[in-house]
Write a protein that binds this ligand. Structure first.
Ligand code: GUN
Ligand code: FE
Length: 447
């Protein structure tokens, strides 16, 4: 058995009791947290494992982001300042269509690298239409925990050449789920990903709901109610609101994660609540695409599950959980008052609430005995000046960012040490990324 004893300044557990431990150590056996125990010097005598001193550092659970597009990382900065449907039509669909295996692999690697360097250890990824196995390979190799799935599209009025045949979409999805669901010791899982109502036939959506039954623990992941023009189109097609429509085809349940939920009426709020569907809130993306501001305080008041996501690099343009926490908190204050979305509530959305959204709360999302050792070590010293020593949630949510991430551990293995990725070589990734993007943009020209 591989044992480690980690000795930080403080442990922010995000557990049910909201415990913060000082002068404690975390003991790890293989991939699991064995126990949290008071630190005494005698512990060090003849300890038969790695002892890791992190005296000045604060340990938090790894962040969980419940809406990501790894395939889009390469497109950062190439699709700015457009609203959703133009952004998809003019930029994102042509770019995604032009991916080959090499460009997709580098896009996913760049995204995972950025995520882990920023302290994210679990994601729900939307995938892309072609070569999805490449994303699974990178997720598997990187050590990150993930739900992912092939993005499904069998209709596309915006960019008709970027879609696939319904039967093929379903068959490929079934094969991918069979190959990758519950692999790497349960670290990798399948997230069925019909992109959004406008890109999917009713037959495809209904078959997906049925298919999920063969893969217990899988997630139904889609975009919903992000943009006014999107929901107007859905209304025209089905005479229903977006979430109402998803409910009518049995796609709304406790394993459903809906990205955005910005434009939602009273009926739909009740549906979200009664069906226990989960909202992935993406504040940066909602602001940058001009989509709007989701009524998160209302969702929380209703007891609806809300977690956070950076969405894709070209609608953000960061994949940084700190940015999403800070914005999730700040954007609500002018609307709901300054006490809305306090720092601890927002911190929990980025950790334990993310785990609950994915039904991973017995595995991750908090620092507790029996859970996986998904840990992030932060250096928050610069925010102690002059007298902010005590409110650690304030430091994490309102002041800190990815430059404060020092070490990251996923399932008991170091993946970031001293701010350096142990999984990827940054320079190599950037060099390869540039070369692959150049080739991809040529393919876009030829489309
Ligand atoms: N709706 C459908 N596809 C997308 C996407 O790629 N990003 C966002 N933000 N919304 C979408
Ligand atoms: Fe998205």
């Amino acid at each position: 058995m591989n044992k480690k004893l980690l000795i930080p300044k403080e442990i922010i557990t995000a557990d049910r009791g909201r415990n913060i431990f000082k002068n404690h150590a975390i003991e790890i056996s293989d991939s699991n947290i064995e126990r949290i125990l008071p630190f005494e010097k005698e512990l060090l005598n003849n300890y038969n494992g790695e002892i890791f001193f992190a005296g000045g550092l604060t340990v938090i659970p790894g962040f969980i982001q419940t809406h990501i597009h790894l395939c889009q990382t390469l497109f950062r900065g190439l699709a700015d300042d457009l609203p959703l449907l133009d952004w998809l039509q003019q930029k994102i669909f042509p770019f995604e269509k032009a991916h080959n295996k090499n460009s997709l692999r580098i896009s996913a690697s760049l995204g995972i690298n950025e995520l882990i360097l920023g302290g994210t250890t679990t994601i729900l990824d939307m995938g892309t239409i072609n070569h999805q196995e490449v994303i699974f390979e990178e997720l598997t190799n990187s050590g990150i925990k993930a739900f992912a799935g092939k993005c499904m599209m069998d209709e596309n009025d915006l960019f008709p050449s970027f879609k696939a045949d319904t039967k093929d979409e379903l068959e490929r999805t079934y094969q991918l789920a069979k190959t990758f669901h519950q692999t790497s010791g349960g670290r990798i899982n399948y997230g069925f990903a019909p992109r959004f109502v406008l890109s999917c036939s009713e037959a495809l959506l209904k078959e997906t709901v049925e298919m999920m039954k063969d893969f217990p623990g899988s997630i139904f992941h889609t975009h919903s109610s992000e943009n006014k023009n999107e929901i107007a189109e859905v209304r025209k097609r089905y005479k229903k609101e977006n979430i109402e429509y998803l409910n009518s085809i049995s796609a709304l349940h406790d394993h459903t994660v809906l990205a955005h939920c910005v434009h939602v009426n009273e009926e739909e709020i009740h549906l979200l609540k009664n069906k226990d569907a989960r909202v992935a809130h993406c504040p940066s993306s909602n602001l940058k695409l001009g989509s709007g501001i989701a009524n998160i305080p209302r969702y929380l008041k209703e007891g609806i599950s809300v977690s956070l996501g950076a969405d894709g690099a070209p609608c953000n343009n960061n994949l940084n959980a700190f940015v999403e926490m800070r914005l999730a908190s700040l954007i609500q204050k002018p609307i709901h008052g300054a006490s809305a979305m306090d720092a601890e509530t927002t911190f929990r959305m980025a950790t334990i609430e993310g785990a609950k959204a994915l039904h991973l709360q017995n595995k991750t999302g908090s620092i507790e005995a029996g859970k996986k050792a998904d840990l992030v070590f932060l250096n928050l010293k610069e925010y102690d000046q002059p007298l902010n020593e005590e409110n650690v949630y304030s430091k994490i949510v309102y002041s800190a960012s990815k430059q404060n991430v020092v070490h990251v551990m996923s399932e008991g293995e170091w993946i970031v040490k001293d701010g350096t990725s142990l999984i990827y070589n940054n320079e190599e990734l950037y060099k390869k990324g540039k070369a692959e993007l150049r080739e991809l943009l040529k393919r876009v020209e030829e489309q």
